[in-house]
Design a protein around this ligand. Structure first.
Ligand code: GAL
Length: 475
């Protein structure tokens, strides 16, 4: 990774990797864990590539020490993991606590800290307890208070040691794929309706959790809380598509970022577009985009840092003629891939590292003076395993070069970078067919052996180089 100007990265830069509970833990019914929506979704069959499930995955529930060795081998300063909600609260509520689940995360947190690694913990990474889905999931208004109790439980039990929290991972992706397209759990296909309700309750839940932390835990624990937002970098396909590109951004990043960082409400033009289309399409059951209540804590200001998940970019095409009642119809825009961007593994992942630099600058200019963590970014492999994954290594080099430029030339306050992912893992509806790890996992053997990829080796070397250059010089 010689092209990277390592001096651009501040001394205390967080070098991390990320994972999520359902994608790595396995142990789906061990020691009192309750089922999550992903257990149900996978067990139904016909939903996921090869009917793969996360029943065992990387078996991190039992092989945590192996993961820790991987983290140490990379020399990470930070590790982002998620808590499986139903492992510690099997029915999702604090009425029933599973001590073995709490014990597991205590062990993980303690061993990270003992190894000098700072944990960043996500409270919800797609795996809602099934018991809560049975009561309406993210479409039920009550979920916000239930999430607040769960979050407070985690702050209380782990917050003496955990100082970096992510409440929700990618509300945009979960609302879109889980409630609009129905291709992710819980598999609801309700175009143009549930997506906004689910997204709204996610924001309410996040805001309540942040306020709970701010009032009850921050004074003694002194940590930071945010939510991880997914965004592409969007550019117009032709000059005629400029307005469509603005709408695309509004319906992707601004939908969640605007309430949290700018106004406490959805972008005005997003609201008016949805309302006008409801009128045009003869939809009369009230506003499809809910309103925030003045009687609840506002989402405004509920992020102590900006957590960005960036993977890819899109050229945007106008679709304003679309007359369907759907999210895409409301958006009136469609993202397409520029043929000059190489595709890595999965079809949606067009590689465009420059997009990350541009997006970081956009976020700094549009939203925030709070620091930014890139909480996910990665490159996938399909087909025969290549341990010498030179393409992925080159991808990390190109990407980190762009991050360095964003810091040194554009003045963006980037505090850290988390590669997705530490390990090959269960890649949602692509199952184990797609590999994102810095370590290969041999899913064909019961030992689930972890082997460092070339990209992992190069990432480790970069971290070591930064560390050695950041050390105070001895006289
Ligand atoms: C993100 C998600 C991760 C991971 C990654 C690669 O959207 O948060 O869990 O699967 O995509 O597709």
């Amino acid at each position: 990774m010689s092209a990277i100007d390592i001096t651009a990265f501040p001394k205390d830069f967080a070098w991390g990797a990320a994972t999520a509970a359902y994608q790595i833990e396995g142990g789906w019914n061990m020691d009192g864990r309750g089922p999550s929506i992903w257990d149900t979704f996978c067990h139904e069959g016909g939903r996921v590539f090869g009917d793969n499930t996360g029943d065992v995955a990387c078996n991190s529930y039992q092989l945590w020490e192996e993961d820790l060795k991987c983290i140490q081998q990379l020399g990470l300063s930070h590790y982002r993991l998620s808590v499986s909600w139903s492992r510690i609260l099997p029915n999702g509520t604090t009425n029933h606590i599973n001590p073995k689940g709490v014990e597991y995360y205590n062990k993980v947190i303690d061993s990270l800290i003992a190894s000098g690694v700072t944990p960043m913990i996500t409270l919800w990474h797609m795996d809602l307890p099934q018991a809560l889905q049975d009561c309406g999931g993210w479409c039920s208004a009550e979920i916000a208070d239930i999430f607040e109790s769960y979050a407070s439980f985690c702050f209380k039990n782990f917050g003496d040691r955990v100082k970096l929290w992510i409440t929700l991972n990618e509300p945009y992706v979960c609302a879109m794929l889980g409630y609009e397209d129905g291709i992710f759990a819980p598999g609801i296909k309700d175009p143009g309706l549930s997506v906004y309700v689910a997204g709204h309750n996610m924001l309410r839940a996040h805001a309540k959790a942040w306020h709970a932390y701010n009032t009850h835990f921050r004074p003694s624990q002194g940590g930071q809380v945010s939510l991880a937002l997914y965004s592409d970098r969007a550019e117009p396909l032709t000059a005629k598509d400029a307005a469509a590109t603005e709408r695309y951004k509004e319906f992707t990043l601004d939908w969640f970022a605007c309430p949290v960082f700018c106004t406490g409400d959805y972008p005005e033009s997003m609201r008016s577009r949805i309302e006008n289309r409801s009128l045009e399409l003869g939809y009369k059951q009230g506003s499809r985009l809910p309103h925030f209540s003045k009687d609840e804590p506002s989402p405004l200001g509920t992020a102590d840092f900006f957590a960005l998940n960036y993977y890819t970019s899109r050229k945007v095409k106008d679709l304003s003629e679309n007359t369907e009642l759907s999210f895409v119809g409301d958006q009136g825009a469609e993202g397409v891939i520029d043929p000059s961007w190489p595709i890595c593994g999965v079809h949606w992942l067009a590689v465009y590292p420059e997009g990350l630099r541009k997006l970081l600058k956009y976020i700094k200019d549009t939203y925030t003076s709070v620091p930014i963590y890139i909480t996910e970014n990665g490159f996938s492999q399909m087909g025969p395993v290549q341990i010498e994954d030179v393409d992925r290594s080159q991808f990390y080099e190109d990407t980190l070069q762009q991050v360095g430029k964003a810091i040194s030339q554009d003045g963006v306050n980037v505090k850290g970078y988390f590669a997705w992912s530490l390990l090959d893992n269960f890649e949602w509806n692509d199952g184990f067919n797609v590999r994102f790890g810095l370590f290969h996992v041999d899913f064909s053997s019961s030992e689930l052996k972890r082997t460092l990829y070339r990209s992992g080796r190069d990432y480790a070397a970069l971290i070591a180089k930064h560390r050695s250059q950041s050390k105070p010089k001895s006289i």
